[in-house]
Ligand binder design. Structure first.
Ligand code: SF4
Ligand code: FES
Length: 242
């Protein structure tokens, strides 16, 4: 079959530069192609984009609302500005709200964004930080949801995007929303297979390998061995050799 290049691609203007991209490309794809950096938080190349955090918004043709670049497709002959005053104000406000409700101390990429967009860390002095008790319920990783930005990446890699294990879900609503196991059972009781993919995609310190956590707590070698080893499951009905 002969492909028609003209039909497979479209042209648009990105920050004043004319570019040609594959039809169906997102604005984030186009920016990447043009070497333009757009900040992302919930987006990850290994997960399906859901447009949750809105840090990636850009201005398309001066439209009424800004478009999330990670999910919005490029439109032919459109004029896109990836970082004008309107876009900056929106990203700055998102960062200020995030900073007001989540402990971002161990989120270096978001810290860089806060500096880059000159976000005012004292913008919402009356806001409440989300409070969660650190969960240490398995030998492989800890969960500290005070540092969770609800990007949903961990939930997605645990589900259809990679592992098909479905150990994670969301509980509660609004300010109290949190990632959790179903019915809040411990991770060792859940379907989790401890593949570690959730830890790998987490953009903050919310999910951390137990060994790293132990080193930070000053554990010695014996304590580390003891606390990071999984007890063997044995069937009490069976005897050795069966
Ligand atoms: S635990 Fe990490 S990966 Fe999961 S939703 Fe929170 S910040 Fe995102
Ligand atoms: S990175 Fe696009 S909405 Fe989060």
């Amino acid at each position: 079959m002969v492909s028609n290049m003209a039909e497979d691609s479209i042209k648009l203007s990105l920050d004043g530069e004319d570019i040609e991209v594959a039809r169906g490309a997102t604005l984030l794809d186009a920016a990447e192609q043009a070497g333009i950096d757009i900040p992302v938080i919930c987006y990850h190349e290994a997960t399906s984009p859901n447009g949750l955090c809105r840090i990636c918004v850009v201005d398309v043709d001066g439209g009424r609302v800004l478009q999330p670049a990670c999910v919005a497709e490029c439109q032919a002959d459109s004029k896109v500005e990836t970082r004008n005053e309107r876009v900056e104000r929106s990203r700055r406000t998102i960062l200020e709200m995030l900073n007001a409700s989540v402990n971002l101390a161990e989120a270096p990429e978001i810290q860089e964004m806060i500096a880059d967009y000159a976000a005012d860390e004292a913008r919402f002095p009356d806001a409440n930080l989300r409070e969660h008790t650190l969960i240490d319920d398995n030998p492989f990783y800890i969960r500290d949801y005070e540092q969770c930005v609800l990007c949903w990446r961990c939930v997605q890699v645990c589900a259809e995007d990679a592992q098909f294990t479905f150990a994670l879900t969301l509980k509660n609503r609004g300010h109290d929303t949190s990632v959790a196991t179903a019915f809040d059972i411990s991770m060792t009781e859940s379907p989790c297979v401890f593949c570690g993919q959730c830890v790998g995609v987490c953009p903050t310190g919310a999910l951390k390998p137990k060994v790293q956590w132990g080193l930070e707590q000053g554990w010695g070698a014996d304590e580390m061995r003891q606390k990071t080893r999984r007890g063997r499951k044995r069937n009490p009905e069976k005897t050795d050799g069966e």
